[in-house]
Design a protein around this ligand. Structure first.
Ligand code: GRF
Length: 213
């Protein structure tokens, strides 16, 4: 049994949760998914874990008046597990300050752009509209801003006249490699998340490390 416990938070399709489950099941894996949390009880992601022995925390955010109240409940449930790392994989919620402080330096997020370019939504559309030469995916530490925490790593691809759908699929494919690769390195103690910096194999990366697959 792997000893490094990750909790994964999801809201939607869950293809990145799938890649983490597949990666954690591999014999070389060092991490274990101790629970999956969602704010959306209807998320397709939950169907993916039906046959797996992973506890689910499903809390409908629409039943809570404030972000803080919802986050408090989610945090209470998560704290029942011994979590080493909290991975946001398509979790469509902005986290409250209190929640972030409870899991300080332990939360990472996957974002479908080359941050700091295009925080927020509709990143593929923006890349096409601006005719950008490159697009990519980024994994970063979570702070109180929108997709603003220190960048851990990214993968980029050339934008070769793709349609919106093609571009989205390309990015999903690289996300499915990038996220498990970074979670694995963290679980092996090779990435340290600090307030302002990220150390990878003891080297300081100010704008994240490029991961090439
Ligand atoms: C991914 O593109 C991720 O970068 C973003 O949300 C999407 C989630 O996709 N934060 P899925 O639910 O993992 O398929």
């Amino acid at each position: 049994m792997n000893t490094f416990n990750i909790a994964v938070l999801v809201s939607g399709n869950g293809s990145n949760l799938q890649s983490l489950m597949d990666s954690s099941a591999a014999s070389s894996s060092n991490f274990n998914i101790c629970c999956v949390g969602t704010n959306n009880p209807n998320a397709n992601a939950l169907k993916r874990i039906k046959n797996n022995d992973i506890p689910i925390i499903s809390i409908d955010h629409s039943k809570y008046e404030t972000r803080e109240e919802f986050d408090k409940k989610m945090a209470e449930e998560l704290k029942k597990f011994n979590i080493d790392l909290l991975v946001l994989a398509g979790y469509m919620r902005i986290l409250s300050k209190e929640f972030i402080n409870l899991f300080k330096n332990k939360i990472i997020n996957l974002h479908p752009s080359l941050l700091p370019k295009y925080p927020g939504l509709n990143t593929h559309k923006k890349v096409l509209e601006n005719n950008d030469a490159y697009h990519g995916a980024t994994v970063h530490c979570v702070d109180e801003g929108l997709d603003t925490g220190s960048i851990i790593g990214y993968t980029k691809i050339k934008n070769l006249n793709y349609s919106l759908e093609e571009l989205e699929n390309k990015i999903h494919k690289i996300e499915h490699k990038l996220l498990p690769a970074i979670v694995s390195l963290i679980s092996e103690g090779r990435i340290e998340l600090q307030n302002e910096t990220v150390l990878i194999d003891k080297g300081v990366f100010k704008n994240g490390k490029e991961f090439i697959f």
